[in-house]
Ligand binder design. Structure first.
Ligand code: FES
Length: 95
């Protein structure tokens, strides 16, 4: 199963493929910041330290929101709209 780790705390969870990053973080016991749960507000933006290739590619909707927040889509994703597909993913909480 894919594994999602959250820094700086280092909590992690193994989750089924297709799990939202938001849910994976909660599964790891981390309180994840989120607002709309609908890929439109940007509150849930999170840095991806590694494993970007193991995530679903961004939709136009996600790219628009990241752009509004000046977040580079090569480094940041929205946890409420991205599913983990495979392998290991390391996220970094910045707030
Ligand atoms: S919670 Fe609003 S974009 Fe993710």
């Amino acid at each position: 199963m894919p594994k999602v780790t959250l820094l700086p705390g280092g909590q992690s969870a193994e989750v089924p493929a297709g799990t939202l990053l938001l849910d994976a973080g909660e599964e790891a016991g981390v309180e994840m910041e989120a607002g709309c749960f609908n890929c439109s507000c940007g509150t849930c933006a999170i840095a991806v330290d590694s494993g970007m290739e193991n995530l679903e590619p961004p939709t136009d909707e996600e790219l628009n929101v990241l752009d509004q927040w000046n977040k580079d889509p090569d480094k940041y994703r929205l946890t409420c709209c991205v599913k983990v597909l495979q392998g290991e993913v390391v996220l970094r909480l910045e707030h």
